[in-house]
Design a protein around this ligand. Structure first.
Ligand SMILES: [Zn+2]
Length: 300
């Protein structure tokens, strides 16, 4: 075997290993967080853990298949074209490669913030995104619980992100891996020391911060939309930090019963589910009465 062949084979083996790394990191993070949250839970849970995780993984399997079938064949070739033809904003700026990749990741994170706001504000998208929110417990498995139709409708947005920002393939895959790791972390039901989260929320989204977004109180759901950097909520004035986790009821107001969130019902929910009224089954609108939060438990 020639030296050149050896080098090519080593490079091929290295690139195969590199392709597996994000998946391994994702699986490892999922398993570690799922185990840790049984040891140090942040919020009380209402459903048996096994049933809850199995159902969310089934919903996740359908959305992963949808992403593979619809998003991947559109978005990856677009990123390759950005690379070849210099489409979009960033390639025109002539930035050094690592800077361009970092800026691309930040801009993808910001435009994901906007998409998340739209999934709550546009009635059709909310009917789909509500499946993610109606989970009665919030844990690492909730991070993957998205209705396949929401994934399908996000393809044009993702394509526009790539083409307008000018996202090359390596920046796209870095952002995908970082976002996945970030959403696994901030959906987790893991109790970190409050002082650790106080520091982390200055930069990234944390479990307590995102727990507030999953509250049934509309003003709280209408805050903390960021998925990676917490900066976007700070800039838009949509950051809420000081709500105690044990005072939060997770879910959406109109779906309060475990019987309503079985796998079949969850998948059919966009069509057959109760109208998204923002009201509890008894007609009341959830609200939070001001309760002083001890300073030691404040996040900000
Ligand atoms: Zn949301």
């Amino acid at each position: 075997m020639t030296a050149a062949m050896k080098t090519t084979m080593t490079a091929a083996a290295r690139s195969r290993a590199a392709a597996w790394l994000p998946g391994l990191a994702m699986l490892g993070t999922f398993a570690a967080l799922t185990w840790l949250e049984t040891r140090r839970p942040l919020r009380r849970t209402v459903e048996p853990k096994g049933r809850h995780v199995a159902r969310n993984l089934a919903i996740a399997g359908l959305s992963a298949a949808t992403i593979r079938a619809l998003e991947k064949p559109v978005v990856e070739p677009l990123a390759a074209r950005v690379d070849r033809h210099g489409w979009g904003l960033l390639p025109r700026l002539g930035l050094p490669k690592p800077v361009e990749t970092a800026v691309a990741v930040v801009l993808l994170d910001y435009t994901l913030y906007i998409w998340h706001v739209l999934t709550h504000r546009m009635p059709l998208l909310w009917r789909l995104h509500r499946i993610h929110h109606m989970d009665l417990d919030l844990d690492t498995s909730t991070a993957l619980r998205f209705h396949a139709a929401e994934m399908a409708l996000s393809v044009p947005w993702r394509a526009a992100q790539v083409v307008l920002i000018g996202v090359r393939p390596d920046a796209l895959s870095r952002w995908q891996t970082l976002t996945l790791l970030s959403i696994l972390f901030h959906h987790s039901n893991l109790r970190l020391p409050v002082e650790v989260e106080r520091w982390l929320t200055r930069v990234i989204v944390t479990p307590r911060m995102h727990g507030i977004h999953h509250s049934i109180v509309p003003e709280e759901t209408g805050s903390n939309w960021s998925s990676g950097l917490s900066l976007w909520d700070r800039l838009h004035g949509t950051l809420t930090l000081n709500v105690l986790q044990d005072a939060i009821v997770i879910g959406v107001p109109e779906v309060r019963d475990a019987e309503q969130v079985t796998l079949g019902r969850a998948l059919a929910m966009p069509v057959t589910g109760p109208a998204p009224t923002g009201r509890l089954p008894d007609g009341r609108r959830p609200s939070r009465s001001a309760r002083p939060v001890p300073e030691t438990r404040l996040l900000a």
